[in-house]
Design a protein around this ligand. Structure first.
Ligand code: ZN
Ligand code: MN
Length: 485
């Protein structure tokens, strides 16, 4: 092969199901699974005369997604019909948005080597999902129409990605953002989000530049399959260019599938010219204005996005990359933490309690942070009584366990159990004197210069106090007594 070098070019189209209560244009419940054809009605079955109506929250969720991905939201928009024939498309057309999409000109910044790589978003439009073909064993295929009419957004990027890993990271980043703003469940395995990757190569050979034909790999539903399918396709296109000299022609496009088992892309059909979908404005739904109130409401729902939050938390609280990554893994968790941090004298300690102890409890109980009986105030209280020296960090562990078991406030637990650490100097001084008197060998060692026995003596003082002595006071008093020897 005489290829000098090549560049990978990838653009993505992501279909993402929205979390509305009902389907896009009817009152059927919008959820996954169930017995086939149990959530259908004349509208989503496309029966003659049925009238579609835009469902509550549909346009707003689209706007939330658009704002979260830095798009402009159209002031005026409409729905269109896209005609084609396929068994899972009951009406013979799909309701979508053609020339006036709800959202345009956005971007997503992908973290890359300590900086960011920007992937531009051309448009996000609203459309409806189709039914689901089931190719079961036997002579027949079946179709489940429960999914027919499910509200979707389609996110279309510019061809800004230059590596299979980047395409996978893009999907992952979009999933994180859209889950964070509660636009979608985002479960890839349930088909909530599916990615089509458009990929071709720029090749330089003997100083001349070539472009390979575009392949569109359909319905990739895991980060891994995006990466693997694109990686395979790069190899395949290089080989094809080498043997057949196939070059890019406008309008020529291959539609491919990804065979996960074989690890190969499979050609499904070849488009030799633009397919005519005979787009027409949807006559049953009036074009509509998107009120600025709706956009402002949507903007409030977006709030601070995960990456911005991570950067801020790192700066404000001195947390590590790993810590902020864990905290922002769910919006509920990070908001919970922020509330606890705000009320804690030492926010970093609040983070530590949550990351080290509370998450272990949640894991064990298989609970979400919103399901647990304690509130951010509990963690803040615990941090504050440790900071104030009311209890030692050792006692705090027991108080934490009691707090989880009973949901009582740490300061109440301390009062009830009489746990308060003693800062009473006389009391601690008495313990120190006893320890010195009871351990002549250690004292002899100390006098002969073995300073490491101090730590051991300190341990004895703490033990005598049953963990209630404040370590700072005990250390101070022990050192004073030792100095007198
Ligand atoms: Zn319906
Ligand atoms: Mn689409």
């Amino acid at each position: 092969m005489s290829v000098d070098k090549y560049e990978v070019i990838i653009g993505c189209e992501i279909h993402c199901q929205l979390l509305t209560k009902t389907k896009a244009f009817c009152s059927c419940e919008n959820r996954y699974g169930g017995m086939p054809d149990t959530r259908v009605c004349p509208v989503c079955l496309g029966l003659p005369g049925a009238m579609p109506r835009i469902s509550k929250g549909y346009v707003e969720l689209g706007a939330v997604a658009g704002l979260a991905l830095n798009c402009n939201i159209a002031e005026f928009t409409k729905f269109d019909r896209k005609h084609y024939f396929y068994p899972d498309l009951v009406k013979g057309y799909q309701i979508t948005q053609y020339d006036v999409p709800l959202c345009t000109d956005g971007y997503v910044d992908l973290p890359q080597n300590g900086s960011y790589k920007r992937v531009r978003i051309e448009r996000i439009h609203l459309e409806e999902d189709v039914g689901k073909s089931l190719h079961l064993e036997g002579a027949h295929s079946y179709i489940d129409y429960n999914r027919s009419g499910t509200p979707l957004i389609e996110i279309v990027t510019k061809p800004d990605m230059n590596a299979p890993e980047e395409a996978a990271l893009f999907m992952q980043t979009v999933q994180e953002i859209l889950r964070y703003v509660s636009v979608t469940e985002g479960n890839l395995e349930e088909g909530n989000m599916r990615c089509d990757a458009n990929i071709n190569l720029k090749i330089w050979e003997n100083g001349k530049e070539f472009r390979t034909p575009i392949s569109e790999i359909k319905n990739l539903n895991s980060f891994r399959s995006i990466r693997d399918a694109c990686t395979y396709e790069v190899k395949r296109q290089l080989e094809e260019f080498d043997t057949d000299r196939q070059e890019f022609v406008l309008g020529f496009k291959r539609t491919m599938g990804w065979d996960e088992v074989k690890g190969e892309t499979v050609i499904q059909r070849t488009k030799n010219s633009f397919v005519d979908y005979r787009f027409t404005t949807e006559p049953d739904i009036k074009p509509f204005t998107v009120s600025r109130e709706l956009v402002e409401e949507a903007r409030k729902k977006v709030g601070e996005l995960p990456e911005a939050k991570r950067q801020r938390l790192k700066k404000e609280y001195g947390l590590s990359d790993f810590d902020v990554q864990t905290l922002t893994s769910s919006r509920n968790l990070v908001l919970w933490f922020e509330e606890a941090a705000k009320k804690s004298k030492d926010p970093k300690k609040a983070a530590n309690w949550i990351l080290a102890e509370l998450l272990a409890v949640l894991n064990e109980k298989e609970q979400d942070i919103t399901e647990i009986a304690i509130k951010p105030d509990h963690i803040a209280d615990l941090v504050n009584i440790v900071c104030a020296g009311t209890i030692t960090s050792k006692q705090a562990k027991d108080v934490f366990a009691e707090m989880i078991a009973t949901a009582k406030m740490p300061s109440d637990i301390v009062k009830e159990k009489g746990l308060a650490a003693t800062t009473n100097t006389d009391e601690i001084a008495a313990f120190v004197k006893e320890v010195i008197a009871e351990n002549p060998k250690a004292i002899a060692d100390y006098k002969s210069g073995k300073s490491n026995v101090v730590g051991w003596l300190m341990g004895q003082v703490m033990k005598k106090s049953k963990g209630k002595a404040t370590p700072a006071t005990a250390t101070k008093l022990l050192n004073e007594e030792l100095a007198k020897l």
